[in-house]
Design a protein around this ligand. Structure first.
Ligand code: ZN
Length: 428
């Protein structure tokens, strides 16, 4: 006797219906699906019969022609690559002229679906481009162009609104041959502007974009001691206090100390002594409270055997202590004393650093008064360093800037996911 199978509550579905539900792109008809050499190819078309212009998004009844079918890469299905195939229509738009139509699954000019681009960008926020490229099976450079497109779409237009205190910094890439100027909002800690270049003209572009009214509202700008930036700030933001970044001031004396150490190494005849002094670099540069026992011993040795170098070390430490102060007037007096000490220290690199510090005294005292420093956005700086490290200097400026915005401007991304809106068919 043949028994009829019990009726099940599950539905069998056609392959195209399955894909339509799984892919979940709105306003798209799935016509047929086939296995191709490198995965699945699904023929699709927009549900609307009247096409929209790819330039302005308006409906255009005037068809121009239809192009050859082409493929858009979508997110993989069960580990298989999936491409959507469609022959784009061209429209004759009254505003834009002859353009390709707008399709619901991708932005004009991209051969990846929006969901694919969103997922790539989400991953690029946390992983290196190499990881993203291998996971998503796209070329390394493609990750960069996708990130650029998504960041341009997502960045809010009012990034320059309400700025009061900003930090201006330069970032080098391509082994220090190329530069990008970055502007950070000290209040939110976010990068708000970035452009290739590091001269006064680069920064003038920022102030032009900001406009006179908003420039007048800037109360403080932190910057390194480069004359190019200073000139542009003084011209464009006369109400802003110029604050010299503490990190850059301290780097001046760190470099001076290293110059003294190298000169002392050259003076020594005894190979053992030379070697010992060569190895003292980190002990001399580090903050005293971070020293290991071995480094502390090295420092004691420098104090015993090399008075000139130890004098340099004391100058470096004293400057750091002055910058830790919180009373601007006291700091100013201490800085003037420090300059005099450095000039008479018989250490030429320190005398030179002292002249620079004296020339920028007001801006350094302004640091003590405001406590503002580019180093305060340390989280941002750390992220930017990671981005440049990950990129190994191969970035174009546009791609690097897109990565900086992606990781340091507060953009929130999610991976593209499809939620099924199926009727509940399971027996309860
Ligand atoms: Zn148009």
């Amino acid at each position: 006797m043949v028994t009829t199978p019990p009726t099940t509550t599950s539905e069998t579905v056609r392959a195209t219906t399955l894909l339509k539900k799984a892919i979940g792109i709105k306003y798209t008809l799935f016509e047929r699906v086939e296995f191709a050499r490198n995965g699945l190819v699904c023929d699709v078309r927009p549900t609307t019969t009247v096409p929209r212009c790819g330039g302005c998004g308006r409906k255009v009844r005037q068809l121009y022609d239809r192009r050859e079918p082409r493929l858009w890469r979508h997110l993989d299905v069960a580990g298989m690559k999936l491409h959507l195939r469609y022959a784009l229509r061209r429209v004759d738009c009254r505003r834009c002229g002859v353009t390709s139509e707008l399709v619901p699954w991708a932005v004009p000019g991209s051969w990846f679906t929006e969901a694919f681009e969103q997922t790539v960008t989400y991953l690029a926020q946390a992983a290196s481009k190499t990881v993203v490229a291998s996971m998503m099976r796209v070329a390394w450079a493609t990750v960069g162009t996708i990130v650029q497109r998504v960041v341009e779409r997502m960045l809010p237009g009012d990034r320059l609104e309400g700025l009061t205190a900003i930090g201006v910094d330069e970032l080098s890439y391509r082994k220090h041959h190329e530069y990008v100027t970055i502007v950070t909002d000290h209040v939110s800690g976010r990068v708000v502007w970035a452009r290739p270049g590091k001269n006064a003209d680069t920064l003038r572009l920022f102030f032009e974009e900001l406009g006179k009214e908003r420039c007048a509202k800037l109360s403080a700008v932190t910057v390194d001691m480069s004359q190019a930036y200073i000139t542009a700030i003084k011209e464009s933001a006369p109400n802003a206090t110029l604050v010299f970044d503490r990190f850059h001031v301290q780097r001046l004396v760190h470099d001076a100390l290293d110059a003294v150490r190298r000169a002392e190494v050259r003076e020594l005849d005894e190979p053992d002594e030379r070697q010992a002094l060569k190895k003292s670099r980190f002990a001399l540069q580090k903050n005293p409270w971070n020293l290991t026992d071995i480094e502390r011993t090295k420092l004691v040795e420098v104090q015993r055997a090399n008075r000139r170098l130890y004098r340099g070390y004391l100058l470096k430490e004293t400057l750091a202590a002055i910058l830790d102060r919180r009373q601007p007037n006291v700091a100013r007096n201490k800085l003037i004393e420090w300059v005099s000490w450095a000039k008479h220290s018989q250490l030429e690199p320190f005398a030179k650093a002292a002249r620079t510090i004296l020339g920028h005294l007001d801006g350094i005292v302004a640091y003590v008064a405001t406590g503002l420093s580019n180093g305060r956005a340390e989280g941002t700086n750390g992220k930017i360093r990671t981005i440049t490290r990950r990129s190994f200097g191969l970035h174009s400026a546009r791609s690097l800037i897109a990565m900086i915005f992606l990781c340091c401007s507060g953009l929130t991304l999610r991976p593209a996911q499809t939620t099924l809106a199926l009727p509940c068919t399971h027996p309860t």
